[in-house]
Write a protein of this length. Structure first.
Length: 278
């Protein structure tokens, strides 16, 4: 019986000045104390990453994200309750999220949105679609009221998300995090002015359509992210991800856009500044 080929140990790409990571999960990566956060940030800085937005998938982790943003000047936070956990959005959670969203170190309301994948695969532990939609609409209203960007999670929810965004109040900035939708959705999102944020899956060999979406996104509507510890880019797919590895994804974005990676990094950094207000 042949043995599986061992996965290579992930190493950062050659440093690219001015990089940002628009969406990561530092707490899920194992960075919760000031020392742990600083260690992750320093590895990222060595790879050229200047700023990071960290995100929580539930209330407790959202609070950890905001705490990280107060502990390290290079870190900013996005706060919300993940759509799969939308049933946790009770009155206490809403009050706590309103306080978090008002904090200057919180730059986005997210990740929120629609996830039908887990409804199909783990219905017992996943919020049903009507509960997800109500929570999504509440988060949209919070983004509008606070003037923060809206950061969207979408897993097999294209039609629902585009419908809800179409008839809900419009936040100034809408980010489609870990964009993985078909080209027709990419084109409509670009036409509406949304920002497409690409993670390591844009580097996967079979994702030609996703790379085409990255090519189509105009400057000002493009971000790059790790979504760490998930979505590790090639050639390290399957290993544990972290912000220091984002250069591999940035290089692929530069290739598909026929641009120098330094120019792509500069454009994305400017978009990060504008969308997150930092």
């Amino acid at each position: 019986m042949s043995k599986k080929k061992p996965r290579p140990t992930p190493v950062p790409a050659e440093p690219i000045a001015g990089l940002v990571d628009a969406h990561t999960h530092l707490a899920s990566c194992g960075a919760r104390t000031a020392e742990e956060i600083d260690a992750f940030v320093q590895r990222a800085v060595a790879a050229g990453v200047e700023r990071i937005c960290t995100v929580g998938d539930g209330l407790d982790e959202a609070e950890l994200a905001l705490e990280a943003a107060h502990l390290n000047e290079r870190v900013f936070a996005a706060c919300a309750i993940h759509p799969t956990r939308a049933h946790e959005l009770d009155d206490d959670a809403r009050a706590r999220l309103q306080t978090m969203a008002a904090d200057a170190r919180c730059v986005a309301v997210g990740e929120t949105g629609i996830d039908t994948y887990w409804i199909k695969h783990d219905a017992e532990r996943t919020a049903p679609l009507d509960v997800q939609e109500e929570a999504f609409r509440w988060h949209i209203d919070l983004a509008v009221k606070t003037g923060k960007a809206l950061m969207i999670h979408n897993r097999e929810g294209d039609a629902e998300i585009m419908r809800i965004l179409d008839d809900a109040p419009r936040p100034e900035h809408v980010i489609l995090h870990c964009f993985s939708s078909p080209l027709d959705v990419a084109r409509e999102a670009i036409e509406r002015g949304y920002v497409l944020s690409f993670a390591g899956n844009v580097t996967f060999k079979r994702n030609e359509e996703l790379r085409e979406a990255a090519r189509l996104a105009p400057a000002g509507q493009l971000l790059v992210e790790t979504d760490a510890p998930y979505m590790t880019p090639e050639p390290f797919r399957g290993a544990r991800n972290e912000p220091s590895l984002i250069g591999h994804t940035a290089k692929v974005l530069a290739e598909v856009r026929d641009m120098d990676v330094a120019d792509v990094a500069r454009d994305i950094s400017e978009t990060f500044s504008r969308v997150y207000g930092v």
